[in-house]
Design a protein around this ligand. Structure first.
Ligand code: SER
Length: 319
């Protein structure tokens, strides 16, 4: 992998993946692209090569790819699960529109393409505990419908055309740089901000609701490692389950309490996000990713919590 394009670069994952890719592959080898104007973006994105582009505008994407001799693309364009339920048609248009454009461009220009899937690709009839790599996938959110469609399209483009598509099923991602926005798992990010600012959090997810979660450094590692992996060892190819921790709201609250002893939490349940959360796995089995390309996460709930509170406390105090 030499010349990389990240589409949807200003989102939660892109805003940290772009600097990490630049650190690994060199400033000149990573192009960030997003719908937003450069003036709306963090310096870490626009200090390197940046192209404003709509992922639904295929000719514009081709222009960027040719201009910069791109050979690998990270497709991070997506409306998340909760906002998707407010705008299902838009969710389909954006999530699938961007993917179909990039798959076709990858086919015509011989590019490698990373597209993340999600725990959202599972549904209420999926086995909840140790959710297998290959299992029932009947999601009930439009986000999940687009994710399953994406997994199948990526597999199809590999099988039919030999496009080097790769991907993982991400858990809820917890990070300190850019807020996720519009997801069901966002509570596990918001809770840290509120714990530091107010010492209290009102949680929209019920006690006892387990979901897979992952700290951003492990998310970045998964995205880079699967693209670097020797694909001759792949039995699967797209949508590898990757896991590192799974918890219910009380457990993240207890982990925060160890660092901020006065922290308290109460509940005000959002039925839409609760319904989505209950349809997702409690904990995925990621043994295929471990066996086929050596996936191994670094962070657990306590080490993530210490790191999040240290980073956010320093930042929020300055603000
Ligand atoms: N974090 C996403 C969401 O909650 C799941 O992939 O929508």
């Amino acid at each position: 992998m030499k010349k990389i394009l990240v589409v949807g670069a200003s989102g939660q994952i892109g805003s940290e993946l772009v600097p990490e890719l630049r650190r690994v592959y060199g400033e000149d080898n990573v192009v960030a692209a997003d719908l937003k104007e450069p003036s709306q973006l963090a310096p870490t994105l626009v200090n390197g090569i940046y192209e404003q582009a709509d992922a639904l505008d295929a000719p514009r994407l081709v222009e960027i790819i040719k201009k910069h001799n791109i050979d690998s693309v990270y497709n991070l364009v997506a409306l998340l699960s909760s906002v998707g339920e407010q705008k299902p048609q838009l969710s389909w248009k954006i999530n699938i529109g961007a993917l179909v454009n990039l798959l076709e461009i990858a086919r015509e220009n011989h590019l490698a393409l990373f597209t993340p899937s999600s725990i959202g690709a599972f549904g209420p009839t999926t086995p909840k505990d140790n959710t297998p790599q290959d299992t029932i996938q009947r999601p009930t959110s439009i986000y999940g419908v687009t994710k399953v469609t994406g997994e199948l399209l990526c597999d199809y483009y590999f099988k039919k055309y030999g496009v080097d598509t790769r991907g993982v099923r991400f858990p809820g991602i917890i990070s300190s740089v850019t807020l996720p926005g519009g997801g069901t798992t966002d509570y596990a990010v918001d809770i840290y901000y509120e714990a530091i600012k107010k010492g209290h959090y009102t949680c929209y997810i019920k006690p006892g609701t387990y979901m897979d979660m992952m700290y951003m450094p492990d998310c970045l590692k998964a995205a880079i490692d699967v693209m670097e992996a020797d694909s001759s060892k792949f039995i699967h190819r797209n949508c590898f389950n990757v896991a590192s921790m799974s918890f219910e709201p009380e457990q993240i609250a207890a982990a925060i309490k160890k660092v901020i002893p006065g922290f308290t939490m109460d509940y005000d349940i959002d039925p839409v996000r609760q319904g989505i959360a209950e349809s997702w796995p409690n904990k995925m089995d990621d043994s295929c990713a471990r066996a086929e390309w050596g996936w191994k996460p670094t962070y657990d709930l306590d080490s993530m919590t210490e790191d999040m509170i240290r980073i956010l406390s320093a930042r929020l105090k300055k603000a």
